[in-house]
Design a binder for this molecule. Structure first.
Ligand SMILES: [Zn+2]
Length: 442
């Protein structure tokens, strides 16, 4: 089936940053056939036409780091310093179940789709159930089963996740939209042997490897005291730095670390919202990009980043990096939109399929309406997306050519039903969370 989107400002995000102020997009099934100015628009030969009503058309956004199973944790203990020990670890251990992860996953994906995120990379437990949720929501994703140095909510293995991943990865390999992966939690929460085994599993199946890296100040101290080196140098010595590695955060990296990441073609998922909310710092993204490192934006999980949309991240990226560099000209808006689209696609190794609106690419397309009060006037569509638009302006979303959001509503899903299902699974979790709120400071 051929679909024609007309009457839109098309931001192609191709290497030339081509923009068609009055433009069209033609796609057939899952593939984009043509993009161009209205004068070149086909007058026949399509099955369906969608009037863009002066919307901004952009490639589907790519969230390079999140934890979709963690919706229940949102707004829980946000400002408490002992949040990890008071809420996250005990509640994950006591209350996180297959069903809770699954319903959280569906809800999180709905939130992303309504915000124009068409592809995401996840790291959590119960990735098999999360893959099921992703499949049902028709989202594009890379899903990494967490590996960590203790038994977890989804496995009784002494070293959680390794055996699980060996079953999970082959099960989902070859799926149209889902790429299974493996996700050691962090260098300091895994033994060197487990890190090596995880990297070997990624190698064996040819799938991505992702982990949190150089995120915590105590992580840096741990490696300095134990090995006299940075976590990045430590991973380099373990031969774990390579092109399939997607490292989240990389806040506390040295110039030598940046060189190692670049030489080994490691990609970085930058989560400015989560990093600054937790007062950890601003990662040196300018230096990373100048070194030629692939960088994309990530929301982190709903407990650390709270919302799963990239409009929030783009805005915070601009504010924090400009302030950090003391330069209002740093990172013009179109570079930030690039990080949220093509940059993310490059990070996930999907740049040949998604990230830009070009013939031959997958039809992952987002329309951002311009009828709302905050969307007028438009001198620069990139600036509008970064500085004034929000997730509520996303009106239409296609993933792999399938209509996912229409007139700001999910096409095949009901958000209220997803919420009701999640809320009913959350009863035990909520009871426990409220009990933990009352505990003395840990
Ligand atoms: Zn994370």
């Amino acid at each position: 089936m051929k679909t024609l989107i007309t009457n839109a400002t098309v931001l192609t995000m191709n290497p030339e940053y081509e923009v068609f102020e009055k433009g069209f997009i033609l796609f057939e099934n899952d593939r984009i056939l043509a993009v161009g100015p209205t004068e070149e628009q086909p007058s026949a030969g399509y099955d369906h036409m969608l009037d863009g009503k002066n919307a901004i058309a952009m490639p589907g956004m790519v969230n390079t780091h999140t934890h979709i199973g963690m919706i229940p944790f949102r707004s829980l203990g946000d400002d408490t310093p002992d949040r990890l020990r008071r809420f996250l670890f005990p509640l994950e251990k006591a209350c996180m179940t297959k069903d809770l992860a699954y319903h959280s996953g569906k809800y999180a994906i709905a939130e992303m789709q309504l915000a124009g995120v068409t592809t995401f990379m996840d790291m959590y437990y119960f990735e098999d159930e999360l893959a099921q949720a992703t499949d049902e929501m028709k989202a594009r994703a890379i899903l990494g089963e967490t590996v960590i140095d203790f038994a977890t909510c989804d496995t009784t293995e002494a070293h959680g996740g390794l055996a699980y991943a060996e079953i999970f990865i082959p099960k989902w390999l070859g799926h149209n939209l889902i790429t299974p992966a493996i996700a050691p939690h962090a260098p300091n929460t895994n033994s060197p042997q487990a890190l090596r085994r995880a990297a070997d599993i990624a190698e064996k199946y040819g799938v991505p490897l992702t982990l949190h890296l150089s995120e915590m100040d105590y992580e840096i101290r741990h490696f300095q005291e134990k090995y006299g080196k940075t976590p990045v140098a430590f991973l380099n010595d373990l031969s774990i730095l390579n092109k399939r590695l997607i490292a989240a955060h990389c806040i506390h990296v040295t110039p030598e670390d940046i060189t190692l990441l670049q030489q080994n073609e490691v990609a970085v998922a930058h989560c400015i919202g989560a990093n600054t909310k937790s007062a950890k710092g601003v990662a040196p993204v300018k230096a990373m990009l100048e070194a030629g490192i692939r960088v994309g934006l990530g929301t982190d999980g709903p407990s650390s980043g709270n919302t799963l949309d990239l409009f929030t991240q783009m805005r915070m990226f601009a504010n924090f990096h400009k302030t950090h560099l003391q330069d209002r000209g740093a990172f013009p808006a179109r570079e930030i939109v690039r990080l949220a689209t093509m940059g993310g696609a490059e990070v996930l190794g999907l740049a040949d399929k998604i990230g830009s609106l070009e013939p031959g690419k997958k039809a992952d397309i987002v329309l951002v309406e311009t009828e709302s009060a905050n969307m007028f006037p438009i001198f620069d569509p990139y600036a509008v997306l970064v500085y004034s638009a929000n997730a509520g302006n996303v009106s239409e979303v296609f993933i792999n050519g399938a209509p996912i959001v229409k007139d700001k509503r999910l096409v095949a899903q009901n958000l209220n039903a997803l919420r009701t299902a999640l809320a009913s699974e959350m009863q035990e979790f909520t009871k426990q969370a409220k009990a933990n709120e009352k505990k003395p400071v840990l």
